[in-house]
Design a protein around this ligand. Structure first.
Ligand code: SAH
Ligand code: SF4
Length: 362
């Protein structure tokens, strides 16, 4: 085994195989898994019941490091954002949004994104690379450390959303691996309903997702006709609205209690008319859908403006009261630290201008 393999890159099955190959008893894998994902140990040396011999072997075979926190910001509304520095010096962002009844961790799946949606700050970064499952899980472990969130009975991070940097379905293999680790009921133990994957609409992979993982799904729709969606979400040229929606009409397992969320960004004068709202209702009627309206979050250099509060309310009322489809408005959180949707972008110049709580100085 080479020393550059991290233990967090193993699924449970892979960990069992590794332990088996070492000639260790089966229960050792179980003990290790518990130290990693229930107790939150930070080194092999802390794993007191696995024996010195195995500790030594693990130390020589495998890596077990937390992501390095480069910067940690706390918004005045309680939202927290971490800038993590990866081993190749690339940086990613992770955001924690506390609410009265839950705490949501918004994680990244890629460094940057290849899909240049015109309203998204992340989309202006060239894709540098996909994250490994280890780096995806690493965001959760580091956030749990930072939030002192290792009490499983009273946890702060109750929900996990793939809504940070990147298109998760363009990194399907590693995202799948990470989700399997999240779901494991002897480890981090998140239920399928508490994990939401947001996609701009990679139709062929959406189908696989359902059968292989069955987590909650959010679709970044944002427009009701192809002309506008081609502009906003260029992947629409490959998989247009009709194709995207018809793949969801037959999405198995979706029902009234488990609906697909359609994210719809509110852009002044672009997609926010009452006619757009009516068309949205018509498009979504055949699907068990709910709508999440996202007020546009501005970023330096963006070309759009957010719709007015009244326009957003009228749009929501049209969808909800006249159209009969649940519509909620996502309140922007952490705007003062550029932690709201679509504002994520690693940029040390920008960060240096902001009020930053610097922990873990590099
Ligand atoms: N790539 C995936 C997931 C990450 S983006 C996707 O596109 O779904 C998460 C959500 O934030 C998406 O719905 C995206 O459209 C939205 N978003 C991006 N930029 C935004 C901005 N500036 N203001 C508000 N929402 C934005
Ligand atoms: Fe990528 Fe999603 Fe941003 Fe589009 S909205 S550029 S798919 S991260």
């Amino acid at each position: 085994m080479k020393k550059n393999v991290s233990i967090n890159s193993f699924t449970k099955e892979e960990l069992h195989n590794y332990v088996f190959d070492l000639g260790e008893k089966k229960y050792r894998a179980k003990q290790l898994w518990k130290w990693l994902y229930v107790n939150g140990a930070k080194s092999f040396n802390e794993m007191s019941d696995i024996g010195l011999k195995l500790q030594k072997k693990l130390n020589s075979d495998l890596l077990y490091n937390r992501l390095q926190t480069d910067q940690h910001q706390v918004s005045k509304d309680g939202t927290q954002k971490w800038l993590f520095k990866l081993t190749d010096d690339k940086k990613i962002e992770t955001v924690f949004i506390p609410e009265s009844d839950r705490g949501t961790l918004c994680i990244s799946s890629q460094v940057g994104c290849t899909l240049s949606c015109s309203f998204c700050h992340t989309g202006t970064m060239p894709l540098v690379r996909n994250l490994s499952s280890n780096e995806i899980i690493g965001q959760i472990l580091a956030a749990k450390d930072s939030l002192l969130d290792w009490d499983m009975k009273n946890r702060k991070i109750t929900n996990i959303v793939f809504m940070g940097m990147g298109e998760p379905l363009y990194n399907y293999h590693e995202v799948t691996k990470a989700i399997k680790i999240l779901l494991d009921n002897e480890g981090l133990c998140y239920s399928r309903r508490k994990i939401t994957l947001s996609t701009s609409g990679v139709v062929p992979i959406i189908q696989k997702l359902k059968y292989e993982l069955d987590v909650s799904l959010a679709i970044s729709l944002h427009a009701v006709n192809d002309e506008v969606r081609n502009e906003l979400v260029p992947i629409n040229k490959k998989w247009p609205i009709k194709e995207l929606l018809s793949s969801l009409e037959v999405y198995p397992g979706v029902n009234n209690s488990r609906r697909i969320t359609f994210e719809y960004i509110m852009l002044d004068g672009v997609n926010d008319s009452i006619n757009d709202a009516k068309k949205l209702v018509k498009l979504l009627k055949p699907i068990h859908a709910k709508v999440n309206l996202i007020p546009f979050n501005p970023w330096p250099g963006s070309i759009y403006r957010c719709s007015s509060d009244k326009t957003i309310k009228d749009f929501a009322d049209e969808v909800c009261y006249n159209g009969g489809i649940t519509a909620t408005v996502r309140h922007a959180r952490g705007q003062d630290i550029l932690a709201a949707c679509g504002q994520l972008k690693s940029n040390s110049v920008r960060l240096s201008k902001e009020k930053v709580v610097k922990i873990n100085a590099a």
